[in-house]
Design a protein around this ligand. Structure first.
Ligand code: BTN
Length: 255
């Protein structure tokens, strides 16, 4: 992967040949005072982390694997707006894939990126307390040229298995930085989340589906996903009540 230049300020990309977890390394750099805008990318991640304490495995040089450091301005982005960051990142991944000439994309709430029901990109957002205030580490793993045999599970995909011919990882990374920079600038300057929510709702394939949700409490909720609330929660209709889901593992149930 080549180094990228001409990126919008403050974004800058560093590429490491090998790294344990880019989320972990960016969190360490944030605690050491790194300013906003670092994008740390690796050709080979050896201890990748996923959501819900899962592992994230990709073969060397087959994916865009990296983490962004953001320090949302406290005056316009109070903590209550932070739950929008995973949704913002999912929208940016969709926009980047489309701009790079990739396949049609669906978003599964909150931030899985799918093609034809199969997941080709995942997002892990972590909040880190640092001496200069809280920082967000936005980790993205986007399978680019992984073959079907190399994918860890049958429900996974890559841009290649989704039909894209000869994708260029550097070009995908460039589109990702541009899309995330643009969405982040718009959102962090806005007084509210309405613009971002409209973009997310347009792309969210979960709404209108029957879903099963494993809640952090251990409970399982099954019902129809009827919307995304103004705070980003998934609204699930279960018999005669609508339950806002703020966290959990969602499966689209085939009907
Ligand atoms: C998920 O479970 O869907 C989220 C996967 C996130 C993986 C990315 S790869 C780059 C960054 N570094 C990590 O250790 N994880 C994230």
């Amino acid at each position: 992967m080549s180094h990228l230049t001409d990126l919008p300020s403050p974004f800058r990309v560093e590429v490491l040949p090998e790294a344990s977890s880019t989320n972990r390394l960016v969190a360490d750099r944030a605690r050491d005072g790194e300013p906003e805008g670092l994008v740390l990318v690796t050709e080979h991640q050896t201890a990748g982390r996923g959501r819900l304490d899962r592992v994230w495995v990709t073969p060397p040089r087959a994916a865009v694997t990296g983490s962004f450091l953001l320090r949302p301005p406290v005056d316009t982005v109070p903590s209550e707006r932070w739950p929008m960051l995973p949704l913002l990142t999912a929208v940016a991944v969709e926009e980047a894939v489309v701009a790079a000439g990739g396949p049609p994309v669906e978003l599964k709430w909150p931030n899985d990126v799918l093609h034809d029901g199969l997941k080709f990109a995942g997002i892990l957002l972590e909040r880190v307390e640092t001496p200069t205030g809280p920082a967000a580490v936005v980790g993205i793993g986007l399978n680019v040229s992984t073959t079907r045999e190399e994918l860890p599970v049958p429900t996974a995909a890559s841009l290649v298995t989704a039909g894209m011919v000869d994708p260029d990882r550097t070009a995908v990374l460039r589109e990702l930085v541009l899309a995330l920079a643009r969405r982040y600038a718009g959102w962090s300057r806005a007084a509210d989340d309405s613009g971002l929510l409209a973009a997310y709702r347009d792309r969210c394939a979960t709404v209108g589906r029957r879903v099963r949700v494993d809640l952090p409490s251990g409970e399982v909720l099954e019902g129809a996903a009827v919307g995304v609330a103004d705070d980003g929660a998934l609204l699930v209709e279960d018999r005669d009540r609508v339950v806002p889901v703020h966290a959990g593992d969602v499966v689209h149930v085939r009907t």
